[in-house]
Ligand binder design. Structure first.
Ligand code: C2O
Ligand code: CU
Length: 553
């Protein structure tokens, strides 16, 4: 194993992700940022310079557990202080598991601004994946707004609230088309203008060049700010083999759902007519789509890449066909021989997800507490016992059993909070995520929840309000290990994990505006086992004052 060094400059760039010039947050003059590729056991070292003139920055390595390096998790106010304009900082961490991951900004709404890229971990030298393939591609999926992210942020925190609306464009590897359609000439999309592309444009699709009768691995990751997506390859079925860096019991599908924060690997075989090309498409699910599907082309050699597929792009399932989504989700099971969950839990935390108001502001709340992050990062505050750095009252483990999840909240008022769920080190924690009706009648949204620092087993999904008799239906035999799991409208999702990673960890909805509006909690465990936290991670707020006082004595 070796150390892989990267040198990055984070800066604003003029860019045209969809044919409309805009400002993106890029790295080393590129959008999306460069791909990190390493092998299991390697150390990744990213030296980062913040070239943004007026704002701090942090980068989170989504899906990397950061065993022994909780200060490198890249979460503002949780694991570290932000890297200020002009400053340098180094992220150093080990990658201990093969799989498909990504990285993104984790301060304010910098992920929505375009700060993201792929992170791929290959098996160690001499080791093999439990499946075979001849070549691979990465598809990093995202969504894009023409309104700049600072204005979006003001919209979300205004009184009265202004919703940011649906994205203008979906992007594959940072590329989409707003003013034209690749498919305008095929099928009957007569309303849209065909694209006239040379291929060198920033918004030209990245074409996937394949040879006939081979098997390819597609590494798919979604870092969307809002959209849940459905991915399909015209005329080709896919075999799903990996999710969030864990192997799955392979299953075949013609289209797959992917929620923000999730990653998958799928295999497909190029067994179709090689004189044609085929569409790859991603389209919106779970919200009434106002955003066109994004396309790219699967190009069979020696057919010309500029030859458009003769058949229309894949038709995605109806946006509100939740049964379709649930049946896909229920097929996601661990590969035989994967680690099994402990059969009992020590503590159960039930988290009710509601939309609320606080003094006229629209917020999301968990057990009636809307997360508002403190100025001193939790990791240092907890380790050094700075008791006034965050709320000392523990957030609630439960919510009223009388709460009616099918109705808008009777009393929508909630409170801001930043208390921590202190978990006993090495204990088994069950989390029941309970969805409910939003402020508007008959609305309940999808929320993909992401846990930092751990993978969890997804023990089950259910409809309505969770009750203890649902426990009997938990899958303890082959539940998938993941770091992101969705809750469906008016449903619940049950997770189990072992609190074995000393540190302070975010657990939140991966929809960027929802997190920004308070939809998250913080877990901490074994913080006294954490080694020496680098000063850069502490040099703000109360931990910063502590450092200054120590230096004076
Ligand atoms: Cu990819 Cu805390 O998120
Ligand atoms: Cu959400």
């Amino acid at each position: 194993s070796k150390t892989r060094h990267f040198k990055w400059q984070v800066e604003y760039l003029y860019w045209s992700p969809d044919g409309v010039e805009n400002v993106v947050m890029g790295i080393n003059g590129r959008f999306p940022g460069p791909t990190i590729r390493a092998k299991v056991g390697d150390t990744v070292s990213v030296g980062l310079t913040n070239k943004l003139q007026t704002e701090g920055v942090v980068i989170h390595w989504h899906g990397i557990r950061q065993f022994g390096t909780p200060w490198a998790d890249g979460t503002a106010s949780i694991s570290q202080c932000v890297i200020n304009p002009g400053e340098n900082s180094v992220y150093r961490f080990k990658v201990d598991k093969a799989g498909t991951f990504f990285y993104h900004g984790h301060y304010g709404m910098q992920r929505s601004a375009g700060l993201y890229g792929s992170l791929i971990v290959d098996v160690a030298e001499g080791k093999k994946e439990p499946f075979h393939y001849d070549g691979e591609f990465s598809l990093l999926l995202s969504d894009w707004w023409h309104k700049d992210v600072h204005q979006q942020e003001v919209d979300l925190t205004s009184k009265p609230f202004r919703w940011i609306g649906e994205p203008q464009t979906l992007l594959i590897n940072g590329r989409g088309q707003y003013n034209c359609s690749l498919a305008a000439r095929s099928g009957n999309s007569s309303l849209s203008t065909p694209c006239t592309l040379k291929g060198s444009e920033q918004y030209a699709p990245q074409i996937l060049h394949v040879r006939p009768n081979k098997t390819y691995r597609l590494r798919v990751a979604s870092t969307t700010a809002l959209a849940s997506l459905n991915l399909a390859i015209g005329n080709h079925s896919m075999i799903v083999v990996e999710a969030d860096g864990n192997y799955l019991q392979p299953f075949s599908t013609t289209d797959m759902d992917i929620y923000s924060g999730e990653t998958y690997s799928v295999l497909f075989t190029t067994n179709q007519d090689p004189s044609k090309n085929y569409w790859i498409s991603a389209s919106v699910r779970g919200r009434e789509p106002k955003t066109p599907q994004v396309l790219t082309i699967l190009n069979y050699s020696p057919t010309s890449a500029s030859k458009l597929p003769p058949s229309p792009p894949p038709v995605s399932p109806r946006w509100d066909d939740y049964d379709h989504s649930k049946s896909f989700t229920n097929k996601v099971l661990a590969l035989m021989g994967s680690p099994k969950p402990p059969s009992n839990y020590h503590r159960r935390i039930s988290l009710l997800n509601t939309q609320n108001t606080i003094n006229g502001y629209t917020r999301w709340a968990i057990n009636n507490v809307s997360l508002s992050l403190p100025t001193s990062p939790y990791l240092g505050s907890i380790k050094f016992g700075l008791n006034n750095a965050f709320d000392h009252k523990n957030p609630p483990d439960n919510f009223s059993s009388l709460y009616e999840i099918t109705k808008p909240p009777v009393n929508p008022n909630s409170t801001y909070g930043n208390g921590v769920y202190m978990l006993d080190f090495n204990t088994t924690i069950d989390v029941i995520l309970q969805n409910a009706n939003a402020l508007k009648a008959n609305v309940s949204e999808i929320h993909p929840w992401h846990l930092h620092g751990h993978d969890f087993w997804v023990l089950g999904y259910g409809e309505g309000k969770f009750s203890t008799k649902d426990e009997a239906k938990f899958n303890l035999k082959n539940p998938p290990l993941r770091n992101t799991a969705v809750i469906f409208p008016y449903g619940w999702t049950a997770l189990r994990f072992v609190a074995n990673n000393p540190g302070a960890w975010a657990f939140h909805c991966h929809i960027e505006p929802h997190l920004h509006m308070g939809m998250g909690v913080v877990f901490a465990e074994g913080v006294h086992h954490v080694g020496r936290i680098p000063n850069e991670a502490l040099a703000c707020g109360m931990t910063g004052k502590m450092l200054m006082n120590n230096n004076r004595n």
